[in-house]
Structures are given as C-alpha cells and as structure tokens.
Design a protein around this ligand. Sequence first.
Ligand SMILES: C[S@@+](CC[C@H](N)C(=O)[O-])C[C@H]1O[C@@H](n2cnc3c(N)ncnc32)[C@H](O)[C@@H]1O
Length: 282
Amino acid sequence: MAHNDVYGKTGNRVNGADGGPSTPPAMTTNPSTDPERILPELDLDAHLDDPAIKQRFVTAMFEVIAARYDRFTRVFSYGMDRGWKRRLIDALDHRGTDARIVDLACGTGDLAFLAARASPGARVVGFDVARRMIQGAASRLQVGENRILFAVGDMSRLPLPDRSADVVTVGYGVRNAPTPRAALDEIARILEPGGTLLTLDFYRPANPIWRGLFLWYLRVAGSLVGWAWHRIPVAYGYIAPSVARHLTCDEFSRALEAAGFRVMRVQRRLFGGIALHAARRL
Ligand SMILES: C[S@@+](CC[C@H](N)C(=O)[O-])C[C@H]1O[C@@H](n2cnc3c(N)ncnc32)[C@H](O)[C@@H]1O
C-alpha cells in the first residue's frame, strides 16, 4: 500500500518522513480549499448530476460534518444504525488470524472496529476521502490496536494491489462515489476471488408512495439539522437528493452481479430504504 496519510493509534500519522510518528496536519485555512467556505457555494444538484465533479461536493460536505457525524447518525436513525452495522458484520465469514479486511468510506471507523473485534488477529485498514473523518477514526484506537490502520484514500482509486483483500466492508459509501460502478469495479479489483463484500446503504425505495414519504423525511430532517448545527442546510440536505438519484435495493443487487459478484444475502430495512448486502467475489 502507498503510505500517504496513514494514521495509527493515538491519531499520529505513522508515515512521517522517517517512517515514524508525526503530528496530524493542521486543518486547512486556505479559503479556496476550506470546506466551510466552499460548501455553501457549491450547487448541490449540478454536482450530484455530474460524476466528474460530484466528489468535490461530497468530500467538502463530509469534512464539514465529520466532528458531529457520529451524533448525527445516531439521532437521524433513531439509534437503529448501530444494530444495522452489527447485523452487517454478523455476515463476516473470514475470521482467521490472517484475514485482510478493508473498510471503505470508513468515516469514524464503526465498521472497521466491529470487523476487527469479530475477527481477532485480522488486519484492518479503513480508507476515507475526508481527512477529518480519518482523524476521528484514529482517535478512537485503543492501546494495542496495532492491527487497525486508517488512511486517507478514495474508494474509486485505492492504493492497494489487485486481490489484496479478503473482506471489504462499506457503510453508506457506494452511493457517495462518483458512480456505483466506479466503486464496485475498484472493490472487485482488490478482492480475492471468493472474498466477501458487505455493504449497508440507503436505497431509493421502489414503492412510489413510500419513496415520497421517505425522501420528504430525509429532506426536511436533514436540512433542519444542517441549518441548526452548521448553518449550512445542504450539509445534511444532501442525503435526500443523493438517495433519490441512487439505485433501488434490487438494482444494486444487479449492479453487484454485473461487477463480478454473486449476491449471497440481502436484508431490507425501512421497506427498502435501507439494505444490507452480502456478496461473494467470483
Ligand atoms: C455517510 S458516511 C459513512 C461512514 C461510515 N462508513 C459509517 O457507516 O458510519 C460516508 C463516508 O464516505 C466518505 N466518502 C465519500 N466519498 C468517498 C470516496 N470516494 N472514497 C472514500 N470515502 C468516501 C465520506 O467522507 C464519509 O466519511
């Protein structure tokens, strides 16, 4: 793996010039890259509609919300998120000491930590495109958790060789990639044949009445929280339009098959608004 921006225990960067620990970089104050400055100026719909620029909005948004992300997820899902993640990791079938687990779009590391605890001895790497998320994840590492690393990285262009993972987990991540196919092709590339992909995400509900209600709730609640916490409604108002443009749960199963996976199990929650997929790399 290329060791750019890799964080180990205590939030220290483990790839200083001498290979030793170094202090995490300070948050940027350059106005042209300061996410708090640029996010309100970005046109949400234009970015969501164009895979070439979507990531710019997505990365800025997650940098802005990183510090409050965990609290938001708990509140917004009425506490259900924790159970969904545990259920997803229940499907982990590589629990040997030499398992190589990669958690993509890891955020503050919930799935990486759950996977590591379910698979004692496995090596776990979490990647996220937002540096503040990675710093939050690294700050949760306990003494002795040396087999878990977190690194800044884009799931559409991972710094990993082909067939270098036994398990990939992704929580609410594929929807945020420029296209689902870009993320799934990259996951297929890094997984060993026979390896497991576990995903949890929002999907566009197939039923039009439920879809309307679900998206309405996501839009209103997300915008209110985005305004209340950041004075930037799109900070969470992003969720509804991103789900509206995303695949249905069944369409995602077909996208997995097209990318070289066999879907082993699908568990729907909230009438298809949320789903957990377990798939095997062919
Ligand atoms: C909704 S959060 C999910 C975090 C975590 N997986 C969880 O389940 O709590 C989505 C995460 O995807 C990350 N992300 C978005 N685009 C990404 C990309 N292209 N590559 C890697 N991470 C990405 C964001 O920075 C954010 O942390």
